[in-house]
Design a protein around this ligand. Structure first.
Ligand SMILES: [Zn+2]
Length: 143
């Protein structure tokens, strides 16, 4: 039986035979993460989906005027958490821009194969020139 690494929890799981491309385990939180990711991807890439979502939200808001204003007024913890999450997103975005501006890329954890690049004076070199190719990404936990 095949074992894969879940993109949500990074634990290994057995994909269902009905889902040959399964990338997330069947836990509730990982399935929610998968759906959120799909939704965000769809909003970014599918203008018809984006317009449809916007129209549905506007219809709902029209039927429930003041809902979010009242909700925020009654849930100070929600407002504070949102504010903190936005602050972290702004900070992460700022860091990502800094990384890009100085040309740094982060290499994800995983197993890599180092293959020496053939050069005419390999024996004289005190450092290797290598190609790095991904064998697999790290799976933090096994069941
Ligand atoms: Zn999972």
């Amino acid at each position: 039986m095949e074992t894969r690494c879940c993109l949500g929890c990074m634990k290994s799981f057995h994909p269902r035979p009905q889902c040959p491309d399964q990338k997330y385990c069947s836990s509730r939180s990982c399935q929610q993460a998968r759906k959120r990711r799909w939704h965000r991807h769809k909003l970014k890439t599918d203008s018809a989906y984006r317009e449809n979502q916007k129209a549905a939200q506007q219809r709902w808001s029209g039927l429930h005027p003041g809902y979010w204003r009242d909700y925020r007024a009654a849930h100070a913890d929600y407002v504070a958490r949102n504010r903190e999450q936005q602050r972290q997103r702004d900070h992460a975005s700022h860091l990502a821009k800094m990384d890009a501006s100085i040309g740094e890329t982060s290499i994800p954890s995983g197993r890599y194969r180092l293959t020496p690049v053939q050069t005419s004076d390999l024996a004289k070199m005190d450092a290797w020139t290598v190609n790095i190719s991904v064998i697999s990404t790290v799976c933090a936990h096994t069941p």
